[in-house]
Ligand binder design. Sequence first.
Ligand code: NAP
Length: 537
Amino acid sequence: MTSTAPSQTSDQAGHAGSTIGGIVGAPSVSRAQALVSRTAGGKDSAPVEMTAPFTGAPITSLPQATDADVRATFDEARRAQRGWAGTSVAERQRVLTRLMNLVLDRQQEGLDLVQVEAGKSRLDAFDEIAGTALAASYYGKHSAKALGVKRRAGVFPVLTKAHELRHPKGVAGIVSPWNYPLALTGLDVLPALAAGNAVVQKPDNQTALSALWLHELAEEAGLPAGVWQIVLGRGSVIGDAIVDESDYVAFTGSTATGKRLATKIAERLTSYSLELGGKNPMIVLPDAKVEAAATGAVAACFSSAGQLCVSVERIYVHESIREQFSAAFAAKAKALTLGAKLDYSAGMGSLTSAEQLKTISEHVDDARAKGATVLAGGTARPDIGPLFYEPTVLTGVTPDMTAFAEETFGPVVSIYGYTDVDDAVQRANDTPYGLNASVWTGNGARGREIAARIKAGTVNVNEGFAASFGSIAAPMGGMGDSGVGRRNGAEGILRFTEVQTVATQRGLKLRPFKGMPPRLWARSLTGGIKVLRRLPR
Ligand code: NAP
């Protein structure tokens, strides 16, 4: 495995003129501080220090909101929402289209910020720029169609007119995790805004700068001040206030936190979407091209160092090609370049936090101790940076090992053999999760047939995750313990609306006419319903 050493300035961060995280080429600390000043609230007496995963050096200090700060921020957002909801959808679309151009044109700074605070390779950071720009582009073009008034068939043709209207929910509370801080902000915040809502977002403290950067660009693109508010704080301190004040909650994070939040949200009968964890399978059929599948598996398992909700952690390979696939895949994993530079030289970046390093080391050490074989990786790389861990391929993983069924959320994948495709599908489905899956085959139709039998919100044929992840027009989300609701596509914006039916009746009343016996009315209507069934409506 090759590596590039981290680049640190001798001048560590903490001084306004130095670079954030002490990383060569990164934006300055004063720039980070300017972004942080965009947050709302911040009266908590204990600010949080962000550190850069590449170097462990400080980035900046983050003010933390109190419960009262959050409630006051919702009040402000509620006031701003009235004006925003009064703008036309066409005007909101124009803001998003301008934002798409700003994200693409200013991507160098966005890439730097994502790399510095999440520790990603630049290519993985680019996925975030692309995902955000695609979301702005999609909702900048299709919101009017999704939100437009729809004419529905009335009970009596001509006499009854039924219309379906979409109203914004009000103020959406959006909680975002650290692993895709820019893209997951874009994918949730932008449709909420396009639907006419205000947003109060809580990004993760580790990765607040990316969300704040997009916030700055959105206001430059014409979003009125106050419509999108960002509060920083610990979930344990401000989570209740967010749930209490939100008219809709969009949460992305772990299944454990999602379930806790859902219980609280249910008390208020607020609607919500939950985008949660996974233990995503990949099935390699006997007719798959082995080299292509092994190359695809590298991207599927090690993008963002495996800290990706849709990342593959289990690979089922037909016995006829298992050895060949395992050798090719392990060789490609070993050849991945690890690096901590703000350029495109590295194939994989760092883990994001010390907690992640601990979990991943524990999963691998546990598997090794119980008899699994490490085909590639299996070692931390402090020589590159404090949180680097090699891309790791395991085989011989058994149900008593933690990595068998628990989400590792890191660059660790297990290979299993199978002889019967039905057995592979059944083992792929043998999990409470259902987020993403991947099928590799020389026969696309066969791949789609197997995909339909896998219990997952997205299934990619001859790809790991990028095909569905990039298809913003199609819904994305989880089944089972992987979530409730969907982001992206029409579902992704309609979830932020209340639907209302307005039905107008002309002429014929929907009750017996004056003097008509109710029994006769019931009989007439019985015949009428049968006739209406035959009409093309
Ligand atoms: P997490 O611990 O659940 O935290 C996620 C976010 O929720 C953080 O910002 C956290 O803030 C906040 N939070 C925690 N408790 C809260 C509460 N009571 N009220 C409000 N907010 C609260 O998850 P994580 O470990 O950071 O993220 C990784 C997990 O997210 C993985 O399981 C991954 O699969 C999943 N994920 C899913 C998707 C998807 O689209 N399905 C996408 C990305 C990640 P604090 O840290 O301050 O508590």
